[in-house]
Design a protein around this ligand. Structure first.
Ligand SMILES: [Zn+2]
Length: 211
C-alpha cells in the first residue's frame, strides 16, 4: 500500500494483490461439460460420461492444452458425471461431489471407472460409488485454496438458479481475486459486482491456448 493512501475501500484490493497467484482456476458446473463436449439438450450424468468417452471434443482438447501450457491451473467441478477427470486426469480436477461412474474399494481404497467392472481389481470385492451429497472437508478446503489463490477465477455452467455451493464460492472468493462469469451472471448473483466479460467458455480457452 502507498504511504498516505486512505485505508478505506482498499482492504479487499490489498488482500487480492497479496494473494493473487498465477493462472486461471475454473469453477465449472454440470452445464459446462455439455458445452465442452458440444452436446445439446439435457443429459443424465452417466450419459454425459458415456458420450465423453466416445470421442474427443474440441472443448475438452482446448482444456487439455490450457492445462498443459499452465494457463489453467485447476478445475473445481460441481458436476458428478466424471467426464472431466476421466478425460483429463484426476490431478487437475477437484470434483467436489465425486464422480458417479467412479468406484472405490471399501477395503483397499483403490479407485477405478465403471467400464473396468464393478469389483476391485486388487481385492475382488464390490466397489462403492465414489460420489457423495456433501463435499468432503478436505476437498472443500483444497478447492477454496485453489480458488482464492488463482490469478483469475472463471465461472461457468452453474445454471439458473445457480448451484448453491457454486454461488457461495463465487461470491466469497471474489473478495480475494478476480471472478468472472463466462455467461450471464445468474439473477441471484447480480448486483454483486461480479465481472461478465461476455465470452463463451470455448472462446476463453481458445485465447488461453493461442497465448
Ligand atoms: Zn480393493
Amino acid at each position: 500500500m502507498q504511504r498516505g493512501e486512505p485505508p478505506r475501500h482498499n482492504s479487499s484490493r490489498r488482500l487480492r494483490d497479496a494473494l493473487a497467484g498465477e493462472g486461471y482456476v475454473l469453477l465449472l458446473g454440470p452445464m459446462s461439460i455439455v458445452e465442452l463436449l458440444s452436446l445439446r439438450g439435457k443429459y443424465e450424468p452417466l450419459e454425459v460420461y458415456r458420450r465423453a468417452l466416445e470421442g474427443r471434443a474440441e472443448g475438452v482438447e482446448l482444456l487439455r492444452q490450457a492445462l498443459e501450457n499452465g494457463s489453467v491451473r485447476k478445475i473445481v467441478y460441481l458436476g458428478v458425471d466424471g467426464a472431466l477427470p476421466r478425460l483429463l486426469g484426476q490431478d487437475h480436477i477437484i470434483d467436489l461431489y465425486g464422480s458417479l461412474p467412479r468406484l472405490r474399494c471399501p477395503r483397499c481404497g483403490r479407485k477405478w471407472w465403471l467400464e473396468e467392472g464393478t469389483v476391485c481389481p486388487n481385492c475382488g470385492i464390490k466397489g462403492e460409488r465414489d460420489s457423495w451429497e456433501t463435499p468432503r472437508s478436505r476437498l472443500l478446503s483444497e478447492a477454496v485454496y485453489e480458488l482464492t489463490t488463482a490469478e483469475i477465477v472463471a465461472v461457468h455452467g452453474l445454471g439458473e438458479p445457480p448451484i448453491a455451493l457454486g454461488a457461495v464460492l463465487a461470491i466469497s472468493v471474489s473478495r480475494f481475486t478476480r471472478v468472472m462469469f463466462l455467461e450471464p451472471v445468474p439473477r441471484q448473483l447480480q448486483g454483486l459486482g461480479l465481472e461478465e466479460p461476455g465470452k463463451k467458455l470455448l472462446e476463453m480457452l481458445q485465447e488461453l491456448v493461442s497465448g
